[in-house]
Design a binder for this molecule. Structure first.
Ligand code: NDP
Length: 279
């Protein structure tokens, strides 16, 4: 088994620490999830990112239980789905039961659904959930600056994490800067840009210079940019490839070159936070 000791951690405002490289399970078939997560744990991942809506929390839980890995060595995230903003207390209990856990390390509001006007109420519930010990840290996902500012202003509690779409074509520099100023860790979803790992010749040249793959180069860029990153793969060899990113360092010039690949809003590939879940 590969050691996971070399994965750096980032301090959260909750006083806990999040491993900077984790493993995401969006679109992992529930029937395959236990095998996939068991493979990821064997490769060395200790940070798993799931969500109620993925329908695979039970599979994640089964893999955790059979792994024999001490609970303190694991970092488990799940998320509150859009239709449960007003009953988060029940939603977290359901997730914990499916995961077979007493607490998660991080509980996130999945989307702000601003048209419904419920995310502040949901945030107040997450604060109570943290106080009850069922989540060691609480945060949000897909929040714009205006949504972050609103929950901070209305509750005085700053999210520990904002998990957002973030990849070389969509670098989100303004939102990342706001997060940094406010002590919020930025977590990147769709970190590889999905299956179509960017075929930009600049990335290939940088990867070749280090004897690494383009996917590894992209993940290294995330890590050196300070992002928490949670790539997904159902294939064990790719899990291992994506975990093998601690034996090289990109130069400032290489980071600058990757910076030029940002396409701003035109680079967004997933759902728009002002639209998802509003209906
Ligand atoms: P990723 O950027 O992780 O890309 C996953 C895709 O890339 C899969 O098709 C996978 O295929 C392929 N892939 C993985 N590794 C490699 C590699 N080394 N070389 C080539 N292809 C590769 O996108 P995701 O959308 O899965 O995002 C990651 C995680 O972020 C999710 O699993 C989820 O946990 C979280 N997420 C959160 C969202 C939110 O709203 N908060 C939204 C979306 C994702 P294969 O499996 O066949 O290897």
């Amino acid at each position: 088994m590969t050691s996971s000791n070399h994965v750096p951690t980032i301090a959260l405002n909750s006083g806990t620490h999040i491993p900077q490289l984790g493993f995401g399970v969006f679109r992992v078939d529930p029937a395959e999830t236990t095998r996939v997560v068991s493979d990821a744990l064997e490769v060395g991942y200790r940070h798993i990112d799931t969500a109620a809506i993925y329908g695979n929390e039970e599979g994640v839980g089964a893999a955790l239980q059979t792994s024999g890995i001490p609970r303190d060595d694991l970092f488990i995230t799940t998320k509150l789905w859009n239709t449960h903003h007003t009953n988060a207390q029940e939603a977290i209990d359901t997730s914990l039961e499916k995961l077979g856990l007493d607490y998660v390390d991080l509980y996130l509001i999945h989307w702000p659904t601003p048209g419904k006007g419920t995310f502040v109420q949901a945030w107040k519930s997450l604060i109570e959930i943290a106080e009850s010990g069922r989540a060691r840290a609480i945060g949000v996902s897909n929040f714009f600056i205006e949504h972050l500012q609103r929950v901070i202003d209305e509750t005085g509690v700053t999210p520990a994490v904002n998990q957002i779409e973030l990849h070389v074509n969509f670098q989100q520099n303004d939102l990342r800067a706001f997060d940094l100023r406010n002590g919020i860790a930025t977590e990147a979803w769709y970190p590889l840009g999905g299956g179509t790992v960017s075929d930009a010749p600049e990335l290939k040249a940088i990867a070749d210079a280090h004897g690494k793959t383009v996917a590894q180069t992209i993940l290294r860029w995330h890590l050196q940019s300070g992002n928490v990153v949670i790539p997904k793969s159902s294939r064990k060899e790719r899990m291992a490839e994506n975990f093998d990113v601690f034996d090289f360092v990109l130069t400032d010039a290489e980071l600058g070159t990757i910076g030029t690949l940002d396409r701003g809003d035109a680079g967004r590939a997933g759902g728009h936070p002002l639209e998802v879940g509003n209906k």
